[in-house]
Design a protein around this ligand. Structure first.
Ligand code: NAD
Length: 285
């Protein structure tokens, strides 16, 4: 028996179609601003694809590119300007930021109502209908729920405990009444813990970490990991955390890398931007 491959593109398109439908009911196109610091090539690729998708959908997308040497105060001033701009509904600061900048301080400076990445403490603490939920975990949850609508009592294991993926993922699964175990680099016996998981989400960035014998038969496996592995002939491949050829033999469903979680992250960013625009418009009228 081989697992169902969860098609991230297909699910992302369904979400994007819904978002496009919601745009028809808005009086003006929502504005998304992405702030990019430095010249990390991967971050530039991610930001370009976010802005491209925003424009394709009919949103107004703009990128603020700042040099690696930007000071924290200069970055805070850019964010303050975007917070005050009436035509900007969503602000995303692309992570990671350079080491000399305090990421938490920057996240705290974004207006929570425009925080479409869901990383401001107010949003991070809520995870409810009224808050903005981080895009990647939100996308993962949508993929999980496309396979099993009621997570009550399921054992969910999240490998990785970052603020941007692991922690909000665990919180969302808990909200869905799953029993959640979170593991991280210092966890002992990760493999044993994973074997009990009905739902396994891996967000680490170590290709091939999750082996076939870590998987409970018929489990749903969501692979968030995205590592660039150099090809001998030049260029690179994107690899997930999951040893796909092994896991696909045991799991009930698994996301591929690429074309799994990635497209859902961008689609959720669009959905969050429209959600933020609608909430702001409702407050103004
Ligand atoms: P991070 O480096 O901030 O966190 C990694 C986590 O993995 C940490 O909690 C760490 O303790 C844990 N970890 C490290 N080694 C481990 C091990 N051997 N066993 C168990 N846990 C271990 O990374 P992040 O920002 O959370 O991202 C995780 C991965 O997800 C990365 O590959 C990133 O590129 C990818 N990602 C993908 C998307 C997407 O849209 N597809 C979005 C965000 C992040």
């Amino acid at each position: 028996m081989t697992a169902e491959i969860i098609d991230g593109h297909k699910h992302a398109q369904i979400l994007l179609d819904n978002v496009a439908g919601e745009l028809d009911h808005l009086s003006c196109a929502p504005g998304l601003a992405v702030v990019l610091v430095g010249d990390d090539p991967a971050s530039h690729i991610y930001v370009r694809s976010k802005i491209r998708m925003a424009r394709k959908l009919g949103l107004r997308g703009e990128t603020k590119i700042l040099p690696h040497s930007v000071t924290e105060d200069e970055l805070l001033s850019v964010i303050a300007t975007l917070n005050a701009q009436a035509d900007i509904d969503g602000i995303l600061v692309q992570l990671p930021l350079p080491a000399h900048i305090d990421t938490l301080r920057i996240m705290a400076a974004v207006d929570p109502a425009k925080d479409v990445d869901g990383l401001h403490a107010l949003n991070a603490g809520l995870h409810g209908a009224d808050s903005l939920v981080p895009c990647t975990p939100l996308g993962c949850l949508k993929l999980i729920k496309s396979m099993v609508s009621d997570l009550t009592g399921c054992h969910a294991v999240v490998i990785g405990s970052s603020n941007i993926v692991g922690k909000p993922m665990a919180a969302l699964l808990l909200e869905e009444r799953a029993t959640v175990t979170q593991t991280h680099i210092h966890t002992r016996d990760t493999q044993f813990i994973c074997r009990g998981a009905d739902i396994l989400v891996s967000a680490v960035g170590r290709p091939g970490l999750v082996r076939g014998d870590w998987i409970k038969p018929r489990a749903i496996v969501i692979d968030v990991g995205t590592a660039r592995v150099a090809r001998p002939e030049g260029g690179y491949d994107l690899r997930g955390d999951v040893a796909f050829e092994e896991v696909v033999q045991i799991a009930g469903a698994v996301t591929p890398v690429p074309k799994g979680v990635g497209p859902m992250t961008i689609a959720c960013l669009m959905a969050n931007t429209v959600k933020a625009a609608k909430a702001r418009s409702a407050r103004l009228h």
